[in-house]
Design a protein around this ligand. Sequence first.
Ligand SMILES: *[C@@H]1O[C@H](CO)[C@@H](O)[C@H](O)[C@H]1NC(C)=O
Ligand SMILES: *[C@@H]1O[C@H](CO)[C@@H](O)[C@H](O)[C@H]1NC(C)=O
Ligand SMILES: *[C@@H]1O[C@H](CO)[C@@H](O)[C@H](O)[C@H]1NC(C)=O
Ligand SMILES: *[C@@H]1O[C@H](CO)[C@@H](O)[C@H](O)[C@H]1NC(C)=O
Length: 334
Amino acid sequence: MSKPNRRKIRTFALLLCIITFTTFLFSYTLRDPSVYFFKYASRLSDSFFAKGPCACRQCVTELEDDPWFAERFNQSIHPLMTRENSVLSDETFKWWQWLQSERHPANFSGVVEELFRVIPDEVLYMDASPERCRTCAVVGNSGNLMGSKYGSLIDSSDFIIRMNQAPTAGFEEDVGTRTTHHVMYPESAKDLDINTSLVLIPFKTLDLQWIISALTTGTIKHTYVPVMSQIKANKDKVMIYSPTFFKYVYESWLEGHGRYPSTGFLTLLLAIHICDKVNVFGFGADQYGNWHHYWEDNTLSGAFRHTGVHDGDYEYNVTLLLADKHKIQMFKGR
Ligand SMILES: *[C@@H]1O[C@H](CO)[C@@H](O)[C@H](O)[C@H]1NC(C)=O
Ligand SMILES: *[C@@H]1O[C@H](CO)[C@@H](O)[C@H](O)[C@H]1NC(C)=O
Ligand SMILES: *[C@@H]1O[C@H](CO)[C@@H](O)[C@H](O)[C@H]1NC(C)=O
Ligand SMILES: *[C@@H]1O[C@H](CO)[C@@H](O)[C@H](O)[C@H]1NC(C)=O
């Protein structure tokens, strides 16, 4: 084929693309002139290319494309506790009680009953459908966020999930301003604003008693360390990480590595189960290989390698694998 001919074909193909696209755009606009096409261009292109179980371009839960993921992912296990799913198998209860070796636990089912008199008993976020495209930002606490300027990207997500002490004030440019969900346990708790959901990870029956107390009478002041006796948080937006899901994360995703999963890893799996698209920020070490919090000055406090009871390397490997398989997108900062 001679060169001018090939160019002609290329031009023709390009023309065809343009015509198809403008026809699509035009007919879409005519059908619903109120659509703010350009504002939602990315959403629209997401649904235009949709072929799977959600309305995003690619959905976390497309199972057929990856056997490694399909083998581990189990959608029927709900990440958040309800009265109904709070009944634990003996095996799960034993495992969960062993996490922090609680000596004299209170009556679990009694505590759960009291808990759901204080916080709502709802099935949340299990509304996956071909029409839903829920984007989530999971924001870890790594120093690699410093100077990253991810703030506006993070803020543009539907859900923004932070954990433990994570502050935003003073770090907005790098970590954003909004928080829809804040994951914590009693020993890492902090006050939240009225629009943020508190997601409690319980490690023992006392942790469930603590959240009841912290939202009401404030009588529990100590677990294995002193804890906040009262917490500012919207009672109607408190959620409990399910012990059954906790065990599933440990067994299915970590294959029993470490004593139990870290808050970061538990939060990541929560997001994978309730979101259609997961962007991950602030995980892993910084550019110098140091592990520290973005709000702590590395040069003053000294970098630490905080793995402790967690197998940080194994968790990070699984996280990278999830990224390789396009289940999550990692933003590695600097
Ligand atoms: C998913 O979890 C449910 C509930 O624990 C269990 O019955 C089912 O066998 C699991 N499915 C797979 C594919 O592992
Ligand atoms: C625990 O609490 C439940 C519900 O309040 C109650 O039915 C049960 O008898 C209690 N079990 C024990 C051992 O006290
Ligand atoms: C909470 O959300 C409401 C409604 O969107 C808004 O008016 C209010 O300013 C928010 N409050 C805070 C503390 O962000
Ligand atoms: C992580 O993955 C690397 C490369 O795939 C492997 O060499 C290493 O042993 C893995 N580490 C753990 C803790 O599994």
